[in-house]
Write a protein that binds this ligand. Structure first.
Ligand code: UD1
Length: 362
């Protein structure tokens, strides 16, 4: 086996859908190694099944814990796994602790690293994903930027010689799966309803009880002020925080539908049919844009600047006035349509990445 894809979390597994198909088509000999960072059926296995992914060659079973513990356990276990499996190249998608540990364990063994989704920056100093991205980009030999902004960031950090801009594998996923959405059912309690599709999971949003309280009051205000329902797919960590703080009581309303984490195709369907999406997830901001649904982003900044420039995404943080203005605008007029997929490589990112990887290992 020449190429090892290291993943551990929901968004990374989803990125494998188009990537593994393209690697297979390019004749690259690859396997998937799972760190076990995500382990619930709804956060992990469901995606392997639904997206028809190859089984991981190993699951290191690292699980949850503090960032230092989680990353450290992964490093120890990944190093042993790389020594056993002897990959020629390690490829990591995204910016999670699993991605950082995969990259670091590899370079310490002098195995070259390819970073898929390189160059994203939000310039927040203590954000876990920002730390992971910067470190990963500066230790990798192949940097695959999803957007022009990401490519410029790499150039500004002196990494131009290692970087290319193949586009975004998530756009390829939309191209692969959008045609199937006609056959995917919305959760029964949402059929025929007008709703906002909501997710929040980032540590910055859910760890701080004050921020979580602001989220709950924003969600409670939507049915009241805009006469539409809320479909809230709740990450297990978010649910635990809502229960610990007692804030879950503020979401008990017929107009707020709490859902378990949903499968990828259900999430795409929920985004496509929603009046708008409201989230602190990066992936969902982009999926909404690619599916023609406006998005309200509950963060102070976004890495996906093109979604904002084209008028489809409002970065409001947890400011109720900004959220209110954005929702009102999106419910009364549609942003101008743009060639969204064209901004992310036109749906050919995985093929380009697979070709570069094949050239690097043969
Ligand atoms: C991680 C990533 C984040 C990504 C997100 C997608 C890092 C630093 N963060 O955040 O970038 O957007 O995945 O979900 O890597 N838990 C479960 N079941 C699971 C997994 C997690 O219950 O299968 C709970 C545990 O209580 C755990 C908490 O969620 O402690 C946080 O999980 P963790 O993997 O540390 O980070 P995420 O918040 O999922």
């Amino acid at each position: 086996m020449k190429v090892l894809l290291v993943v551990g979390t929901r968004p990374q597994v989803i990125k494998l859908a188009s990537l593994t198909r393209a690697l297979t088509d390019s004749g690259v000999d690859f396997s998937i190694l799972h760190t076990g960072q995500h382990y619930d059926y709804d956060m992990d296995e469901v995606f392997f099944k639904e997206l028809g992914l190859p089984e991981p060659i190993e699951d290191l079973g690292v699980g949850s814990g503090s960032h230092g513990y989680q990353t450290g356990e992964m490093l120890i276990k990944l190093e042993k796994a790389f020594e056993r499996l002897t990959p020629e190249l390690v490829a990591v998608p995204g910016d999670t602790n699993s991605a950082l540990a995969g990259g670091l364990a590899a370079v310490k063994l002098k195995i070259p690293v390819a970073h898929i989704e390189a160059g994203l920056r939000c310039h927040l100093p203590f954000m876990a994903e920002e730390i992971n991205r910067v470190l990963l980009d500066h230790m990798s030999r192949l940097l695959f930027a999803p957007t022009t902004t990401a490519f410029s960031n790499l150039r500004n950090e002196g990494l131009k010689a290692l970087a290319t801009k193949p586009g975004d594998v998530m756009a390829d996923n939309i191209k692969l799966f959008e045609g199937m959405l006609g056959r995917v059912d919305l959760p029964a309690k949402l059929a025929g309803r007008k709703y906002a599709y909501v997710t929040v999971h980032r540590a910055e949003t859910v760890e701080d009880a004050k921020n979580l309280e602001r989220v709950v009051s924003l969600l409670a205000s939507i049915p009241r002020e805009f006469a539409i329902e809320v479909a809230f797919a709740v990450h297990p960590h978010t649910r635990r925080r809502l229960e610990e703080t007692g804030l879950i009581a503020g979401l008990r309303s017929d107009a707020i539908k709490l859902l378990k984490p949903v499968s990828y195709l259900t999430s795409l369907k929920l985004s496509k049919e929603a009046a708008f999406v409201m989230t602190d997830s990066g992936g969902l901001q982009k999926e909404a844009f690619l599916l023609g649904t406006p998005c309200v982003t509950l963060r102070p900044v976004t890495e996906w600047t093109e979604t904002v420039r084209s008028g489809w995404n409002s970065v409001t943080d947890l400011d109720s006035q900004k959220v209110g203005r954005a929702v009102r605008r999106y419910l009364t007029s549609r942003p101008r349509s743009v060639n969204a997929i064209g901004l992310y490589g036109g749906g050919s990112a995985s093929r380009r990445i697979a070709e570069s990887i094949r050239a690097a290992v043969t």
